[in-house]
Design a protein around this ligand. Structure first.
Ligand code: ATP
Ligand code: MG
Length: 371
């Protein structure tokens, strides 16, 4: 698995760069052909496919542990409950979903988007597995588990310690014993072409390594499968203090002022609300020229600029150049519409690609202001 990880990690990385170039060019082509709706439609199809490919690559990068993780201390119970709510709408209605989520507050240190993806992949697999059952059933359980010698005897891949134990069980056909080791390999799939790529469990496997946990599969042939995820438990008291610390110092605003620059009214509007809700003051500009003017006027007050790159009148990178002439130490995050670095020299720049996860964005803003 290790060697495979190195191999796919390398391929995925190169592939990601090419894909970024492809989506970037499609984006530009779309802008140039706005008056030809049938061309735009074809380009949009190509764009959708590229983003699907990017999703695949993301799973591979997680498997190879090459993607960025954003570890945080949080209570897993409420997060799992929320995640299930989000996923529920995609579960076919004839499937009975049983939730047994412990009330005991279970703290872990983890990357929320990876945990979300893990649960999604396991539930998707369970849905596929029970598709032919008369009374399809999926059980999602979360509890605290002390892994001791007795447990390890029954579950040889387990490691001693206190864990949050998350499991997804189904009453599908199960997995033949001699195939169980293979299910975590990337591209191992028994599903029809177009139905599965065999990356879901590979992603889960890599993500569990990132979390210093482990995953194992169990079950009885013809009666169902159970996937068990084990995440190291955090002491709630430590979790409490450090997550408070996280909230105040790492991701929340302390009343600093951000100049938000984007030519799309929607982006500016929602961005303003989101940033304010995080505790920042916000000024806005709709192009580079306006941003330069605002900075000239308020330079002493502005702690950070978050700026789109492609904008009418004056682009983000050119605006940045002019602003840096006023203050070379100005802090700027570029929010790019597609590939990081496709349009600007990124070597010394902080860049985030749109659409960005709010959490990622808030952490990056905090980090950049504090730098
Ligand atoms: N709950 C399950 N019951 C029975 N077999 C399963 C279950 N989960 C996974 N498998 C087997 O493991 C294989 C690999 O699963 P994995 O999630 O990695 O890929 P996939 O579901 O085939 O495709 P993808 O997740 O990329 O769409 C599946 O094709 C299936 O054979
Ligand atoms: Mg799957």
């Amino acid at each position: 698995m290790q060697a495979l990880g190195t191999l796919v990690g390398g391929i995925a990385h190169d592939f990601n760069n090419m894909l970024a170039g492809i989506t970037g060019n499609i984006y530009l082509a779309k802008k140039l052909t706005q008056d030809k709706p049938n061309v735009v439609e074809k380009l949009t199809n190509a764009e959708d496919l590229s983003f699907r490919a990017a999703e695949m690559i993301k799973q591979l990068l997680t498997f190879a542990r090459k993607d960025r993780v954003n570890m945080k201390l949080f209570a897993l119970n409420s997060f799992i409950n929320e995640t299930i709510k989000l996923i529920q709408s995609s579960i076919p209605e004839n499937i009975t979903v049983i939730q047994e989520i412990s009330d005991e507050v279970i703290h872990i240190s983890g990357d929320k988007s990876q945990i979300h993806q893990i649960l999604l992949n396991l539930i998707n697999n369970a849905c596929d597995a029970v598709a032919q059952e008369d009374a399809p059933r999926i059980t999602i359980r979360l509890e605290v588990l002390k892994v001791d010698k007795a447990y390890i005897k029954k579950h040889p891949s387990a490691q001693a310690g206190d864990y949050a134990h998350l499991s997804v069980a189904d009453n599908g056909p199960g997995i033949p014993e001699n195939n169980r080791a293979r299910v975590f390999e990337p591209f191992y799939t028994t599903k029809d072409v177009g139905k599965g790529t065999g990356l879901g469990l590979a992603m889960v496997f890599g993500a569990m390594k990132n979390h210093h946990g482990f995953v194992e599969v169990d079950g009885i042939e013809n009666e169902g499968s159970i996937f068990n995820i084990y995440l190291p438990l955090m002491d709630p008291q430590i979790a409490e203090t450090s997550s408070n610390r996280n909230n105040v110092n790492t991701t929340q605003g302390l009343g600093e002022t951000i100049l938000l620059v984007d030519d799309e009214a929607d982006v500016v509007d929602t961005g303003k609300h989101v940033l304010r809700s995080m505790g920042y003051r916000v000024m806005t500009a709709i192009n580079g020229q306006q941003a330069v003017a605002m900075y000239k006027e308020h330079s002493g007050k502005i702690d950070l600029i978050v700026m789109d790159v492609i904008m009418p009148v004056l682009s983000g990178d050119k605006a940045a150049k002019q602003i840096r002439e006023i203050n070379p130490a100005v802090k700027i995050i570029f929010a790019t519409g597609y590939d990081k670095g496709a349009q600007i020299e990124t070597e010394n720049e902080v860049v985030i690609s749109k659409p960005f996860a709010i959490e990622k964005m808030s952490a990056l803003i905090r980090k950049t202001i504090d730098s």
